[in-house]
Structures are given as structure tokens and as C-alpha cells.
Design a protein around this ligand. Structure first.
Ligand SMILES: *[C@@H]1O[C@H](CO)[C@@H](O)[C@H](O)[C@H]1NC(C)=O
Ligand SMILES: *[C@@H]1O[C@H](CO)[C@@H](O)[C@H](O)[C@H]1NC(C)=O
Ligand SMILES: *[C@@H]1O[C@H](CO)[C@@H](O)[C@H](O)[C@H]1NC(C)=O
Length: 422
């Protein structure tokens, strides 16, 4: 290679800095944790990144942040007490799906409204700012696609979970109920006959509801601001590729084209340490095993019955427990538990004394447990958590407990199982 060619490579190498817009219209903290890792890294690697989201990020010179207004409202959390009131029996999955669909519509519309009415976004669009790439979350609202359309830029999708039922078709990917785990039910990769029927019906119903209710109402919100934005589904088909927060050894492999790239584990920072002294010494000084309990950032209003069962379990157990929960009301806590509203979760899970994780089986938590080699006791509550829990149980990462019948004895038994097998 002669020197001028070498010089050209060095030059090109230094100049490849793209202008990227990242649009995250959903106000969920766990999704943000994944996306912010990507955005931060892109900015640190010298790309000019503009991010539209609900949570402030680090100040980085190449990163412009456009904050969406955030006010915690009832629709941002899932009321577990309420979801447990669903009729039990064979129709339970359909009830859950129906509840979820309604919640998704409210969420999609309010997220879309906040995005489309944002003055900075409107300014970017009206000034025809040029972007090399627009990254858009693929969850319940497609309004981010409208922004990409107006900017006439290539689109990369990203998810914080397994694909939503309506995302498969726009990627040309198969969502066959005979072997593709359903997002909303815990039948895993080896569903029985009834599971397959339920899965097929739920997928059909969700796809219809998404197209004719959720997307249609979002389309109206968009068209009231930008008349010329075409059918969102058509824009969706133009997505060049999608970054999928999934890792096939955990979730089972699926049939995808080259436009679907699994990035499960992307958010995990290596060698994180526990900075909080109280948490650190609680674990370090433990003379027994430590277990960690967290039901994630979205679940709220656990029935007192379940909280009491967990406290009874902790009281009689010889393990020490870290429990992420806002408060336990006026119940008395035993000495072997430390509660916090927030824990540095990956660092806690990767601590050698932490031997089990009682979890709602959100995708980020499931991947962190796998990364740290900690067995899980899954207590799925809503959304994709049933599918994630089934996957974790199938591959031997842990066991699953049904939240509606969860009690002290079952937790104890599950803990024995995962401790003995690990
Ligand atoms: C980032 O910079 C802005 C403006 O200088 C400042 O108001 C804000 O507090 C900073 N945020 C952080 C997280 O440092
Ligand atoms: C999809 O992409 C093609 C090729 O870039 C473009 O001609 C078409 O207008 C796009 N369609 C939509 C709906 O964005
Ligand atoms: C993390 O720690 C391991 C073992 O000490 C080391 O090999 C690795 O390079 C570290 N990774 C980072 C990103 O610092």
C-alpha cells in the first residue's frame, strides 16, 4: 500500500462522523437505560447526536438533548393489584391482552402527542435539518417514524424487548404461533395446542387493534400537525434494520432476515462497582448468601397480601435480602433485609455473594441475570415478562412462580430449587 492511499484511509477514518437523530417517544425508564447506552457511545465516538427523550443524560459535547415533558401519571405504571383482579381460568390470557391493548392505546397517543407538539422537533423539521440517520424506538407508537419521514432520512429501529406482534411484518420476519414465543403469554418455544391457538388469536387481535385503533389515532395526531405524512405502516416498511434487545441463547432463536440484529446485553457496562457504601457493606459483611428482589420500574401497587408473603419469607429465611421497592407501608421489616427505591442492579447481581434474583423478568433484568450467572425466580407480571420468564425457565436459568398464587412456601421452595441446581 503506498503512502497516499494510507493517508486517504487515515483521513477517511477520522472524518466519518455522522449526524444522527434518535427519537425515543416512550417515557419508560428501563427502555431509556438501554437506549441511552447506545446514544452516549455514538456521541463519544464523535458522531453528532441529537436525542429526543424523557430522561436527562450526561452532558457530552457531541450530544444535543431535546427533553420531552415528563409528568408521572397513572398510565405510566402498571397497577398489579388491578391486573390480578382479572378473571382466572382459561380466558385469563385474553383478559390480560385486552387490558394491555387499552393501556397501549393511551400510552401511544400521549407519547405521540408530546412528540409531535414539541417545539424543538417542529423547528428541526421546518428548517429541513439534514440527518444521515434517524433511530426510532419500535414499541407502541410509530410517531417517531413521521419525524424520520419529514427529514427524509434512513431509519434504524430499536427495541428494548422481543418484537411486538405488529413489528414482524414490516421487517418481513415470521411470527408463527407454532414456534415463535408469544410476547404476551408464557408458553415458550414449545407451546401446546391450546397455547398455539391462544397465541394465534392474540396476535391477530393485537395486529388488528394496532393498525385500526392505535396507529389510526396516532396518524390523526400526526396529520393535524403535518398533513403530508403518509400511512405509518408504509413508512415502517422502509426501516433499514432493527436493533433487537434479545439474545438467542436466552430467548430461543427465531427466523429473521439480515435486517434484524440482536444486541441483547448492549446496555451492560463491564466491571461496574457498587458505589453506595451501605449497600456494599450490607453484601460484603453478609455471612450467608444474599438474594436480590426487584419487580422493575413499571409495576406499582402490589397487593398487601403479596408484600406480606415476601416479608414472611424473608423473616424466616437465613439469607440476606436486597429488595427494590418504594415502601412497604406500615409493615415491619426484619433485620436481614435492606430496601431501596433503586439499586445499581448489574453490580449487585454480579457480586459473588448474590446467589439468586427474584425478578419480574423484564428483558434488561433477564439479560443482566444471565450476564452475571445468577439464577432467577421469575414472577412475570405483564407484557413480555411471561415470554421472558418461560424462556429463562426453558434454558435452566431458573424457575417461574405465578404471582396470583405466590406465597412464602412457594418462594422458599423456588429458592431451594435454584440454589441446589446452581
Ligand atoms: C448539563 O448542562 C446544562 C447546561 O450547561 C446544565 O443545566 C445541566 O445541569 C447539566 N447536566 C448535567 C447532568 O450535568
Ligand atoms: C420508502 O423509501 C423509498 C425509497 O427511498 C421512497 O421512495 C418512499 O417514498 C419511501 N416511502 C415512505 C412511505 O416513506
Ligand atoms: C473487566 O475486568 C476484567 C477482569 O479483571 C478485565 O479483563 C477486563 O478488561 C475489564 N473490562 C473493562 C471494560 O474494564
Amino acid at each position: 500500500m503506498n503512502f497516499s492511499l494510507l493517508g486517504l484511509f487515515v483521513f477517511v477514518n477520522q472524518c466519518v462522523s455522522y449526524k444522527i437523530l434518535a427519537v425515543f417517544p416512550y417515557n419508560g425508564r428501563s427502555h431509556h437505560n438501554l437506549f441511552s447506552t447506545l446514544v452516549e457511545e455514538l456521541a463519544l465516538r464523535d458522531h453528532s447526536v441529537t436525542v429526543v427523550n424523557y430522561f436527562p443524560m450526561k452532558n457530552i459535547s457531541k450530544l444535543r438533548q431535546i427533553p420531552l415533558e415528563y409528568k408521572v401519571s397513572g398510565s405510566d405504571v402498571v397497577d398489579i393489584d388491578d391486573t390480578l383482579k382479572n378473571l382466572p381460568g382459561i380466558l385469563v390470557n385474553f383478559h390480560k391482552a385486552l387490558d394491555t391493548a387499552r393501556a397501549f392505546k393511551n400510552l401511544a397517543n400521549s407519547n405521540c402527542d408530546k412528540l409531535m407538539s414539541n417545539k424543538e422537533i417542529q423547528e428541526i423539521i421546518s428548517s429541513k435539518t439534514k440527518f444521515d440517520l434517524v433511530i426510532v424506538e419500535q414499541f407502541v407508537t410509530d410517531c417517531g417514524l413521521a419525524v424520520a419521514f419529514k427529514l427524509n432520512a434512513p431509519i434504524v429501529g430499536i427495541t428494548a424487548h422481543i418484537l411486538m406482534p405488529w413489528t414482524y411484518s414490516r421487517l418481513g420476519a415470521l411470527n408463527h404461533p407454532a414456534y415463535v414465543p408469544n410476547h404476551f403469554i408464557g408458553s415458550g418455544t414449545k407451546p401446546g395446542f391450546w397455547d398455539k391457538i391462544q397465541s394465534a388469536l392474540i396476535n391477530i387481535a393485537f395486529n388488528i387493534y394496532f393498525k385500526y385503533v392505535i396507529q389510526k389515532s396516532d396518524q390523526m395526531i400526526i396529520n393535524s400537525v403535518f398533513e403530508d405524512v403518509p400511512d405509518l405502516d408504509e413508512i415502517g416498511k422502509n426501516i433499514s434494520l432493527i436493533l433487537l434487545n434479545q439474545y438467542f441463547p436466552l430467548t430461543g432463536s427465531r427466523l429473521y432476515g439480515a435486517n434484524v440484529i440482536e444486541v441483547g446485553g448492549l446496555h451492560i457496562k463491564e466491571n461496574t462497582t457498587i458505589d453506595d457504601e451501605e449497600i456494599k457493606s450490607f453484601i460484603d459483611k453478609a455471612e450467608s448468601d444474599v438474594i436480590y428482589i426487584s419487580f422493575g420500574t413499571v409495576a406499582s401497587n402490589f397487593p398487601d397480601r403479596i408484600i406480606k408473603e415476601i416479608i414472611n419469607f424473608i423473616t424466616k429465611s437465613s439469607v440476606k435480602v436486597l429488595w427494590k421497592i418504594d415502601n412497604v407501608g406500615n409493615l415491619n421489616l426484619p433485620k436481614n433485609v435492606l430496601i431501596r427505591k433503586w439499586f445499581p442492579q448489574t453490580a449487585v447481581l454480579c457480586h459473588p455473594k448474590v446467589k439468586a434474583f427474584i425478578t419480574h423478568s423484564g428483558m434488561l433484568s433477564s439479560i443482566e441475570a444471565m450476564h452475571c450467572g445468577v439464577p432467577v425466580i421469575s414472577v412475570p407480571l405483564f407484557g413480555d415478562q411471561f415470554a421472558n420468564a418461560a424462556a429463562a425457565t426453558e434454558i435452566g436459568l431458573g424457575v417461574t412462580i405465578d404471582v396470583s398464587t405466590m406465597n412464602e412456601r412457594k418462594i422458599n421452595q423456588a429458592l431451594k430449587t435454584v440454589m441446589q441446581d446452581s
